[in-house]
Design a binder for this molecule. Structure first.
Ligand SMILES: [Cu+2]
Length: 124
């Protein structure tokens, strides 16, 4: 009886490890963005998309856009793409004026890990 319980517990641990370990090291890093990092954008920009390596929780994730004068650009709260939960969409209040912008993002991955980063792009 005792032996059965212990081996049951060991088997459960092995299964739990096999199930969780692929996710444990897989934090949500920025895979790509639109506009892309360091891009020079010509067309009017009314939204930004950020695609991560893992699905993220929109409620605990955010994107801030600041201009060259360190002023925050007015935007809606980042929302998840309805079909792709690794993609955040930020709609801007107005198209971006010519200039240099920095995007500061922070996300909570569905595995419970927080990551953050930033990148820049230019509107020509
Ligand atoms: Cu993680």
């Amino acid at each position: 009886m005792q032996k059965t319980l212990i081996s049951g517990a060991v088997i459960s641990l092995v299964f739990a490890g096999a199930f969780f370990s692929p996710f444990a090291s897989a934090h949500a890093h920025l895979r790509s963005s639109e506009p892309a990092a360091k891009a020079d954008v010509m067309q009017p920009q009314t939204s930004l998309t950020l695609t991560f390596t893992e699905d993220v929780e929109a409620a605990f994730s955010g994107v801030e856009i600041v201009d060259a004068q360190q002023k925050t650009v007015a935007s809606d709260k980042a929302i998840l793409d309805s079909k792709q939960h690794s993609k955040l969409i930020v709609n801007l209040a107005q198209p971006l004026a010519t200039g240099s912008y920095q995007v500061n993002w922070h996300v909570l991955s569905v595995d419970g890990h927080k990551t953050k980063g930033s990148y820049r792009f230019n509107v020509k």
